[in-house]
Design a protein around this ligand. Structure first.
Ligand SMILES: *[C@@H]1O[C@H](CO)[C@@H](O)[C@H](O)[C@H]1NC(C)=O
Ligand SMILES: *[C@@H]1O[C@H](CO)[C@@H](O)[C@H](O)[C@H]1NC(C)=O
Ligand SMILES: *[C@@H]1O[C@H](CO)[C@@H](O)[C@H](O)[C@H]1NC(C)=O
Length: 427
Protein backbone atom coordinates (compact mmCIF):
# COMPACT_ATOMS: atom_id res chain seq x y z
CA UNK A 1 0.00 0.00 0.00
CA UNK A 2 2.62 2.50 1.14
CA UNK A 3 4.89 1.28 -1.59
CA UNK A 4 2.36 1.92 -4.33
CA UNK A 5 1.51 5.32 -2.90
CA UNK A 6 5.15 6.17 -3.06
CA UNK A 7 5.29 5.01 -6.64
CA UNK A 8 2.35 7.14 -7.55
CA UNK A 9 3.89 10.12 -5.84
CA UNK A 10 7.17 9.54 -7.58
CA UNK A 11 5.48 9.15 -10.93
CA UNK A 12 3.46 12.28 -10.30
CA UNK A 13 6.59 14.17 -9.33
CA UNK A 14 8.36 13.05 -12.46
CA UNK A 15 5.47 14.10 -14.67
CA UNK A 16 5.25 17.47 -12.95
CA UNK A 17 8.95 18.05 -13.28
CA UNK A 18 8.87 17.01 -16.91
CA UNK A 19 5.98 19.37 -17.53
CA UNK A 20 7.76 22.18 -15.77
CA UNK A 21 10.91 21.53 -17.75
CA UNK A 22 9.04 21.34 -21.02
CA UNK A 23 7.08 24.45 -20.31
CA UNK A 24 10.04 26.49 -19.23
CA UNK A 25 12.16 25.24 -22.08
CA UNK A 26 11.80 28.55 -23.86
CA UNK A 27 12.43 30.50 -20.68
CA UNK A 28 15.92 31.55 -21.61
CA UNK A 29 15.19 32.65 -25.13
CA UNK A 30 14.64 36.33 -25.67
CA UNK A 31 11.16 35.86 -27.08
CA UNK A 32 10.04 33.89 -24.08
CA UNK A 33 11.30 36.63 -21.80
CA UNK A 34 8.81 38.94 -23.37
CA UNK A 35 6.12 36.31 -22.91
CA UNK A 36 5.97 36.39 -19.15
CA UNK A 37 4.49 34.71 -17.25
CA UNK A 38 5.98 31.33 -18.02
CA UNK A 39 3.96 28.22 -18.36
CA UNK A 40 2.49 26.80 -16.14
CA UNK A 41 0.61 30.00 -15.72
CA UNK A 42 2.03 32.18 -13.01
CA UNK A 43 1.35 35.83 -12.94
CA UNK A 44 4.30 37.78 -11.56
CA UNK A 45 3.09 41.16 -12.74
CA UNK A 46 -0.17 43.07 -12.63
CA UNK A 47 -2.57 42.75 -15.51
CA UNK A 48 -2.08 45.19 -18.32
CA UNK A 49 -5.20 47.27 -18.57
CA UNK A 50 -4.34 49.62 -21.42
CA UNK A 51 -5.13 47.92 -24.70
CA UNK A 52 -5.77 49.24 -28.19
CA UNK A 53 -7.39 46.64 -30.40
CA UNK A 54 -7.42 47.53 -34.07
CA UNK A 55 -10.62 45.86 -35.13
CA UNK A 56 -10.31 44.62 -38.70
CA UNK A 57 -13.24 43.57 -40.92
CA UNK A 58 -14.53 39.98 -41.20
CA UNK A 59 -11.75 38.47 -39.12
CA UNK A 60 -13.43 37.22 -35.90
CA UNK A 61 -12.62 40.64 -34.47
CA UNK A 62 -16.10 41.02 -32.93
CA UNK A 63 -15.29 38.11 -30.68
CA UNK A 64 -12.09 39.81 -29.47
CA UNK A 65 -13.90 43.10 -29.03
CA UNK A 66 -16.56 41.42 -26.90
CA UNK A 67 -13.90 39.89 -24.68
CA UNK A 68 -12.21 43.29 -24.23
CA UNK A 69 -15.49 44.99 -23.42
CA UNK A 70 -16.26 42.42 -20.74
CA UNK A 71 -12.77 42.75 -19.27
CA UNK A 72 -13.15 46.53 -19.19
CA UNK A 73 -16.50 46.30 -17.44
CA UNK A 74 -15.26 43.86 -14.82
CA UNK A 75 -12.30 46.09 -14.05
CA UNK A 76 -14.06 49.45 -14.18
CA UNK A 77 -11.95 50.58 -17.11
CA UNK A 78 -12.87 53.28 -19.57
CA UNK A 79 -13.52 52.22 -23.15
CA UNK A 80 -13.15 54.89 -25.84
CA UNK A 81 -16.36 54.84 -27.88
CA UNK A 82 -17.41 56.68 -31.02
CA UNK A 83 -19.52 59.82 -30.93
CA UNK A 84 -23.10 59.36 -32.08
CA UNK A 85 -22.30 60.93 -35.45
CA UNK A 86 -19.71 58.22 -36.06
CA UNK A 87 -22.13 55.35 -35.49
CA UNK A 88 -20.66 52.28 -33.84
CA UNK A 89 -17.41 52.71 -35.78
CA UNK A 90 -15.00 55.64 -35.40
CA UNK A 91 -16.29 57.32 -38.57
CA UNK A 92 -14.73 54.54 -40.65
CA UNK A 93 -13.37 54.70 -43.37
CA UNK A 94 -11.98 58.12 -42.44
CA UNK A 95 -8.60 57.87 -40.71
CA UNK A 96 -9.02 57.78 -36.94
CA UNK A 97 -9.14 61.14 -35.21
CA UNK A 98 -9.46 61.91 -31.52
CA UNK A 99 -12.48 64.04 -32.36
CA UNK A 100 -14.36 60.85 -33.15
CA UNK A 101 -14.21 59.79 -29.49
CA UNK A 102 -17.22 60.51 -27.32
CA UNK A 103 -16.14 62.98 -24.61
CA UNK A 104 -17.71 60.85 -21.87
CA UNK A 105 -15.26 58.11 -22.76
CA UNK A 106 -12.05 60.12 -22.78
CA UNK A 107 -8.87 59.19 -20.93
CA UNK A 108 -9.60 55.62 -22.04
CA UNK A 109 -7.84 52.39 -21.13
CA UNK A 110 -9.32 50.36 -23.94
CA UNK A 111 -10.30 51.02 -27.52
CA UNK A 112 -11.80 48.32 -29.73
CA UNK A 113 -14.37 49.64 -32.21
CA UNK A 114 -13.76 49.68 -35.94
CA UNK A 115 -11.48 52.41 -37.15
CA UNK A 116 -8.91 53.11 -39.78
CA UNK A 117 -5.65 53.15 -37.86
CA UNK A 118 -3.80 56.43 -37.51
CA UNK A 119 -0.63 56.11 -35.45
CA UNK A 120 -0.36 59.73 -34.33
CA UNK A 121 -4.00 60.18 -33.38
CA UNK A 122 -4.24 56.89 -31.54
CA UNK A 123 -1.03 57.50 -29.63
CA UNK A 124 -2.41 60.85 -28.57
CA UNK A 125 -5.55 59.17 -27.26
CA UNK A 126 -4.08 56.20 -25.44
CA UNK A 127 -1.67 55.99 -22.48
CA UNK A 128 2.01 55.54 -23.31
CA UNK A 129 2.16 51.93 -22.04
CA UNK A 130 -0.74 50.76 -24.23
CA UNK A 131 -0.39 47.33 -25.82
CA UNK A 132 -1.49 47.32 -29.43
CA UNK A 133 -3.23 44.23 -30.75
CA UNK A 134 -4.92 43.34 -34.01
CA UNK A 135 -6.14 40.28 -35.91
CA UNK A 136 -5.71 39.05 -39.48
CA UNK A 137 -7.50 36.38 -41.44
CA UNK A 138 -6.40 34.24 -44.35
CA UNK A 139 -6.95 36.59 -47.33
CA UNK A 140 -8.82 34.22 -49.65
CA UNK A 141 -11.43 33.22 -47.07
CA UNK A 142 -11.61 36.80 -45.89
CA UNK A 143 -12.20 38.20 -49.36
CA UNK A 144 -14.92 35.66 -50.05
CA UNK A 145 -16.53 36.82 -46.82
CA UNK A 146 -16.20 40.53 -47.68
CA UNK A 147 -17.56 39.92 -51.16
CA UNK A 148 -20.67 38.28 -49.77
CA UNK A 149 -21.12 40.49 -46.68
CA UNK A 150 -20.70 43.88 -48.35
CA UNK A 151 -22.36 42.97 -51.62
CA UNK A 152 -24.86 45.79 -51.20
CA UNK A 153 -22.44 48.30 -49.63
CA UNK A 154 -19.63 48.40 -52.09
CA UNK A 155 -19.99 49.97 -55.56
CA UNK A 156 -17.31 47.72 -57.02
CA UNK A 157 -19.13 44.55 -56.04
CA UNK A 158 -22.45 45.95 -57.27
CA UNK A 159 -21.05 46.29 -60.77
CA UNK A 160 -20.22 42.60 -61.01
CA UNK A 161 -22.82 40.70 -63.04
CA UNK A 162 -24.90 38.41 -60.83
CA UNK A 163 -22.58 39.09 -57.93
CA UNK A 164 -20.19 36.49 -59.28
CA UNK A 165 -16.90 36.26 -57.43
CA UNK A 166 -15.40 34.37 -60.37
CA UNK A 167 -16.37 37.14 -62.79
CA UNK A 168 -14.86 39.76 -60.50
CA UNK A 169 -11.57 37.92 -60.12
CA UNK A 170 -11.36 37.29 -63.84
CA UNK A 171 -11.04 41.02 -64.53
CA UNK A 172 -11.06 43.02 -61.26
CA UNK A 173 -10.03 46.31 -62.89
CA UNK A 174 -13.16 46.24 -64.95
CA UNK A 175 -15.24 46.76 -61.79
CA UNK A 176 -12.90 48.26 -59.24
CA UNK A 177 -12.33 52.02 -58.81
CA UNK A 178 -9.89 52.96 -56.05
CA UNK A 179 -12.00 55.91 -54.92
CA UNK A 180 -15.41 54.30 -55.03
CA UNK A 181 -17.61 54.33 -52.01
CA UNK A 182 -16.84 51.13 -50.15
CA UNK A 183 -13.70 50.43 -52.21
CA UNK A 184 -11.83 49.54 -49.02
CA UNK A 185 -13.83 46.31 -48.88
CA UNK A 186 -12.77 45.38 -52.40
CA UNK A 187 -8.98 45.34 -52.15
CA UNK A 188 -6.34 44.93 -49.42
CA UNK A 189 -8.87 45.62 -46.66
CA UNK A 190 -6.49 44.64 -43.86
CA UNK A 191 -3.86 46.99 -45.20
CA UNK A 192 -6.39 49.77 -45.41
CA UNK A 193 -7.67 49.21 -41.86
CA UNK A 194 -4.08 49.29 -40.62
CA UNK A 195 -3.59 52.68 -42.24
CA UNK A 196 -1.71 51.49 -45.34
CA UNK A 197 -2.08 52.20 -49.03
CA UNK A 198 -4.42 49.54 -50.43
CA UNK A 199 -3.69 50.67 -54.00
CA UNK A 200 0.06 50.79 -53.79
CA UNK A 201 1.48 49.64 -57.18
CA UNK A 202 2.24 45.93 -57.11
CA UNK A 203 5.50 46.65 -58.94
CA UNK A 204 6.88 47.97 -55.65
CA UNK A 205 7.03 44.68 -53.76
CA UNK A 206 9.22 46.26 -51.08
CA UNK A 207 6.20 48.21 -49.90
CA UNK A 208 4.50 45.12 -48.47
CA UNK A 209 7.67 44.22 -46.55
CA UNK A 210 8.18 47.68 -45.09
CA UNK A 211 4.50 47.90 -44.21
CA UNK A 212 4.62 44.58 -42.34
CA UNK A 213 7.73 45.76 -40.50
CA UNK A 214 5.94 48.93 -39.45
CA UNK A 215 2.93 46.98 -38.15
CA UNK A 216 5.30 44.68 -36.28
CA UNK A 217 6.99 47.67 -34.65
CA UNK A 218 3.73 49.07 -33.25
CA UNK A 219 1.68 45.98 -32.47
CA UNK A 220 2.59 43.77 -29.53
CA UNK A 221 0.48 41.02 -31.01
CA UNK A 222 -1.07 40.27 -34.38
CA UNK A 223 -3.61 37.50 -33.86
CA UNK A 224 -4.52 35.05 -36.61
CA UNK A 225 -8.20 34.15 -36.96
CA UNK A 226 -7.47 30.60 -38.19
CA UNK A 227 -5.46 29.98 -35.00
CA UNK A 228 -7.74 31.82 -32.67
CA UNK A 229 -7.25 29.92 -29.43
CA UNK A 230 -3.47 29.87 -29.86
CA UNK A 231 -3.60 33.61 -30.49
CA UNK A 232 -5.55 34.04 -27.28
CA UNK A 233 -2.88 32.13 -25.37
CA UNK A 234 -0.35 34.69 -26.58
CA UNK A 235 -2.73 37.55 -25.85
CA UNK A 236 -3.16 36.41 -22.29
CA UNK A 237 0.60 36.13 -21.83
CA UNK A 238 1.29 39.53 -23.30
CA UNK A 239 -1.32 41.14 -21.07
CA UNK A 240 -0.72 38.96 -17.99
CA UNK A 241 -4.40 38.14 -17.89
CA UNK A 242 -6.13 35.14 -16.36
CA UNK A 243 -7.48 32.38 -18.50
CA UNK A 244 -10.99 33.43 -17.52
CA UNK A 245 -10.31 36.85 -18.99
CA UNK A 246 -10.02 35.44 -22.49
CA UNK A 247 -13.01 33.12 -22.50
CA UNK A 248 -15.31 33.78 -25.45
CA UNK A 249 -18.22 32.67 -27.58
CA UNK A 250 -17.79 33.11 -31.33
CA UNK A 251 -19.80 36.08 -32.60
CA UNK A 252 -21.05 37.48 -35.90
CA UNK A 253 -20.62 34.47 -38.15
CA UNK A 254 -22.31 33.81 -41.42
CA UNK A 255 -24.68 30.89 -41.76
CA UNK A 256 -23.01 27.95 -43.51
CA UNK A 257 -25.38 28.39 -46.47
CA UNK A 258 -23.97 31.89 -47.12
CA UNK A 259 -20.41 30.66 -47.44
CA UNK A 260 -18.77 29.13 -50.44
CA UNK A 261 -15.81 26.88 -50.83
CA UNK A 262 -12.87 28.27 -52.80
CA UNK A 263 -10.87 26.32 -55.35
CA UNK A 264 -7.08 26.71 -55.15
CA UNK A 265 -7.19 28.64 -58.42
CA UNK A 266 -9.67 31.14 -57.07
CA UNK A 267 -7.76 31.48 -53.79
CA UNK A 268 -4.61 32.25 -55.78
CA UNK A 269 -6.37 34.98 -57.74
CA UNK A 270 -7.65 36.52 -54.53
CA UNK A 271 -4.16 36.55 -53.06
CA UNK A 272 -2.76 38.18 -56.17
CA UNK A 273 -5.45 40.86 -56.10
CA UNK A 274 -4.95 41.45 -52.36
CA UNK A 275 -1.18 41.11 -52.55
CA UNK A 276 -0.30 43.38 -49.61
CA UNK A 277 -2.78 41.61 -47.34
CA UNK A 278 -1.42 38.25 -48.46
CA UNK A 279 2.10 39.32 -47.53
CA UNK A 280 0.94 40.69 -44.17
CA UNK A 281 -0.86 37.46 -43.41
CA UNK A 282 2.03 35.19 -44.26
CA UNK A 283 4.42 37.38 -42.31
CA UNK A 284 2.30 37.41 -39.16
CA UNK A 285 1.18 33.82 -39.31
CA UNK A 286 4.85 32.88 -39.37
CA UNK A 287 5.66 35.17 -36.47
CA UNK A 288 2.70 33.87 -34.46
CA UNK A 289 4.02 30.32 -34.76
CA UNK A 290 7.54 31.40 -33.92
CA UNK A 291 6.26 32.93 -30.72
CA UNK A 292 4.16 29.88 -29.91
CA UNK A 293 7.22 27.70 -30.44
CA UNK A 294 9.16 29.90 -28.05
CA UNK A 295 6.46 29.39 -25.45
CA UNK A 296 6.73 25.64 -25.99
CA UNK A 297 4.15 23.44 -27.66
CA UNK A 298 3.40 21.53 -24.46
CA UNK A 299 2.62 24.76 -22.73
CA UNK A 300 0.49 26.08 -25.59
CA UNK A 301 -1.47 22.83 -25.90
CA UNK A 302 -2.11 22.84 -22.21
CA UNK A 303 -3.34 26.41 -22.23
CA UNK A 304 -5.58 25.82 -25.21
CA UNK A 305 -7.10 22.86 -23.37
CA UNK A 306 -7.57 24.91 -20.22
CA UNK A 307 -9.11 27.73 -22.21
CA UNK A 308 -11.64 25.39 -23.80
CA UNK A 309 -12.44 23.89 -20.41
CA UNK A 310 -12.92 27.35 -18.92
CA UNK A 311 -15.28 28.17 -21.75
CA UNK A 312 -17.30 25.00 -21.12
CA UNK A 313 -17.52 25.88 -17.44
CA UNK A 314 -18.71 29.37 -18.16
CA UNK A 315 -21.27 28.17 -20.68
CA UNK A 316 -22.50 25.54 -18.24
CA UNK A 317 -22.75 28.16 -15.50
CA UNK A 318 -24.62 30.50 -17.79
CA UNK A 319 -26.92 28.21 -19.66
CA UNK A 320 -27.19 25.13 -17.51
CA UNK A 321 -26.96 21.99 -19.57
CA UNK A 322 -27.99 23.99 -22.60
CA UNK A 323 -26.13 26.06 -25.13
CA UNK A 324 -26.98 29.55 -26.20
CA UNK A 325 -29.18 28.89 -29.18
CA UNK A 326 -27.46 29.54 -32.47
CA UNK A 327 -30.00 31.24 -34.72
CA UNK A 328 -30.28 33.33 -37.84
CA UNK A 329 -30.29 37.01 -36.87
CA UNK A 330 -33.87 37.56 -38.00
CA UNK A 331 -35.14 34.81 -35.71
CA UNK A 332 -33.55 36.09 -32.51
CA UNK A 333 -36.14 37.15 -29.94
CA UNK A 334 -33.92 39.26 -27.70
CA UNK A 335 -33.18 42.52 -29.56
CA UNK A 336 -29.91 43.08 -27.68
CA UNK A 337 -28.56 39.89 -29.11
CA UNK A 338 -29.50 40.41 -32.74
CA UNK A 339 -26.44 41.15 -34.90
CA UNK A 340 -26.56 43.70 -37.69
CA UNK A 341 -27.38 42.23 -41.09
CA UNK A 342 -25.78 43.76 -44.16
CA UNK A 343 -28.58 42.58 -46.43
CA UNK A 344 -31.38 40.08 -46.53
CA UNK A 345 -29.22 37.86 -48.72
CA UNK A 346 -26.57 37.18 -46.11
CA UNK A 347 -27.49 34.95 -43.20
CA UNK A 348 -25.72 36.20 -40.08
CA UNK A 349 -25.85 34.00 -37.04
CA UNK A 350 -26.34 35.12 -33.48
CA UNK A 351 -27.59 33.67 -30.23
CA UNK A 352 -30.74 33.61 -28.23
CA UNK A 353 -30.74 32.71 -24.58
CA UNK A 354 -32.34 29.47 -23.46
CA UNK A 355 -35.86 30.31 -22.33
CA UNK A 356 -35.31 29.35 -18.69
CA UNK A 357 -32.20 31.46 -18.10
CA UNK A 358 -34.00 34.36 -16.42
CA UNK A 359 -35.83 32.24 -13.88
CA UNK A 360 -32.91 30.35 -12.39
CA UNK A 361 -30.06 32.83 -12.30
CA UNK A 362 -29.30 35.98 -10.36
CA UNK A 363 -29.29 39.39 -12.04
CA UNK A 364 -25.53 39.73 -12.30
CA UNK A 365 -25.04 36.23 -13.68
CA UNK A 366 -27.72 36.83 -16.25
CA UNK A 367 -26.06 40.12 -17.16
CA UNK A 368 -22.68 38.45 -17.66
CA UNK A 369 -24.16 35.67 -19.74
CA UNK A 370 -26.06 38.13 -21.87
CA UNK A 371 -22.90 40.16 -22.53
CA UNK A 372 -21.05 37.05 -23.58
CA UNK A 373 -23.28 36.70 -26.61
CA UNK A 374 -24.27 40.33 -27.12
CA UNK A 375 -23.91 41.82 -30.59
CA UNK A 376 -21.41 44.63 -31.03
CA UNK A 377 -23.75 47.52 -31.88
CA UNK A 378 -25.90 46.91 -28.82
CA UNK A 379 -22.94 46.36 -26.50
CA UNK A 380 -21.36 49.61 -27.71
CA UNK A 381 -24.59 51.45 -26.94
CA UNK A 382 -24.89 49.91 -23.48
CA UNK A 383 -21.27 50.75 -22.64
CA UNK A 384 -21.71 54.34 -23.74
CA UNK A 385 -24.75 54.67 -21.53
CA UNK A 386 -23.03 53.25 -18.43
CA UNK A 387 -19.91 55.32 -18.99
CA UNK A 388 -21.92 58.49 -19.42
CA UNK A 389 -23.60 57.81 -16.10
CA UNK A 390 -20.20 57.33 -14.47
CA UNK A 391 -18.86 60.45 -16.14
CA UNK A 392 -21.66 62.58 -14.72
CA UNK A 393 -21.38 60.97 -11.30
CA UNK A 394 -17.65 61.63 -11.15
CA UNK A 395 -18.15 65.25 -12.13
CA UNK A 396 -20.39 65.76 -9.14
CA UNK A 397 -17.67 64.58 -6.79
CA UNK A 398 -15.71 67.45 -5.19
CA UNK A 399 -12.39 66.28 -6.65
CA UNK A 400 -12.06 64.37 -9.88
CA UNK A 401 -10.69 60.95 -9.10
CA UNK A 402 -8.45 60.34 -12.05
CA UNK A 403 -6.11 57.43 -11.98
CA UNK A 404 -3.66 58.93 -14.41
CA UNK A 405 -2.83 62.31 -15.96
CA UNK A 406 -5.13 63.44 -18.70
CA UNK A 407 -3.57 63.04 -22.11
CA UNK A 408 -4.13 66.55 -23.39
CA UNK A 409 -5.44 69.98 -22.48
CA UNK A 410 -8.66 69.48 -24.38
CA UNK A 411 -9.68 66.64 -22.11
CA UNK A 412 -8.97 68.84 -19.12
CA UNK A 413 -11.36 71.38 -20.41
CA UNK A 414 -13.98 68.77 -21.09
CA UNK A 415 -13.69 67.45 -17.58
CA UNK A 416 -13.92 70.91 -16.11
CA UNK A 417 -16.95 72.15 -18.00
CA UNK A 418 -18.68 68.91 -18.72
CA UNK A 419 -19.14 70.12 -22.27
CA UNK A 420 -17.50 68.45 -25.19
CA UNK A 421 -15.17 71.00 -26.75
CA UNK A 422 -14.56 69.44 -30.11
CA UNK A 423 -12.98 72.55 -31.61
CA UNK A 424 -10.10 72.23 -29.22
CA UNK A 425 -9.33 68.62 -29.88
CA UNK A 426 -7.91 68.81 -33.35
CA UNK A 427 -4.30 69.73 -33.49
C1 LIG B 1 -15.72 48.62 -9.72
O1 LIG B 1 -16.59 49.59 -9.19
C2 LIG B 1 -17.59 49.06 -8.34
C3 LIG B 1 -18.55 50.18 -7.98
O2 LIG B 1 -17.90 51.41 -7.81
C4 LIG B 1 -16.92 48.44 -7.14
O3 LIG B 1 -17.89 47.89 -6.28
C5 LIG B 1 -15.98 47.33 -7.60
O4 LIG B 1 -15.26 46.78 -6.53
C6 LIG B 1 -14.98 47.87 -8.64
N1 LIG B 1 -14.24 46.76 -9.18
C7 LIG B 1 -12.94 46.79 -9.43
C8 LIG B 1 -12.33 45.55 -9.99
O5 LIG B 1 -12.25 47.77 -9.22
C1 LIG C 1 0.25 29.28 -40.34
O1 LIG C 1 1.55 28.80 -40.16
C2 LIG C 1 1.61 27.48 -39.61
C3 LIG C 1 3.05 27.16 -39.29
O2 LIG C 1 3.86 27.36 -40.38
C4 LIG C 1 1.00 26.51 -40.60
O3 LIG C 1 1.03 25.21 -40.07
C5 LIG C 1 -0.45 26.92 -40.84
O4 LIG C 1 -1.03 26.11 -41.82
C6 LIG C 1 -0.53 28.38 -41.27
N1 LIG C 1 -1.93 28.75 -41.26
C7 LIG C 1 -2.58 29.12 -42.34
C8 LIG C 1 -4.04 29.36 -42.17
O5 LIG C 1 -2.03 29.30 -43.41
C1 LIG D 1 -33.20 24.78 -18.37
O1 LIG D 1 -34.04 23.75 -18.82
C2 LIG D 1 -33.36 22.57 -19.25
C3 LIG D 1 -34.38 21.58 -19.77
O2 LIG D 1 -35.46 22.24 -20.34
C4 LIG D 1 -32.58 21.98 -18.11
O3 LIG D 1 -31.89 20.85 -18.54
C5 LIG D 1 -31.61 23.01 -17.59
O4 LIG D 1 -30.93 22.51 -16.46
C6 LIG D 1 -32.33 24.31 -17.22
N1 LIG D 1 -31.33 25.30 -16.92
C7 LIG D 1 -31.41 26.12 -15.87
C8 LIG D 1 -30.30 27.10 -15.67
O5 LIG D 1 -32.35 26.08 -15.09
Amino acid sequence: MRMSQKKILLAFGAVTTATLLMCSGGRWSRTADRLQPKCPALRPEAKHTNVAFLKTHKTASSTVQNLLFRFAERNNLTVALPTQECGHQFCYPRPFDRQFVHPHTLAPNVVGNHMRYDAVQLRRLMPADTRYVTILREPAAMFESLFSYYNRHCKTFQRVPEGSLDAFLERPWRYYRPRDQGSMYARNTLTFDLGGDKDHPATDAAYARSFAAEVERVFSLVMIAEHFDESLVLLRHILSWDLDDVVYVKLNMRAPGSKRRLTPGLAGKIRAWNWIDAHLYDHFNASLWRRLAALGSACVDREVRLLRAAKERLLAGCFGGQRPLLRLAGQIQNKDLRPWQPSAKVGIMGYDLPANLSSGSSGSTRELCLKLVMAEVQYTRILLRSQSVRYHRNRQAPLPLLSRPLPAASTDRTAATGLPSLSNQAS
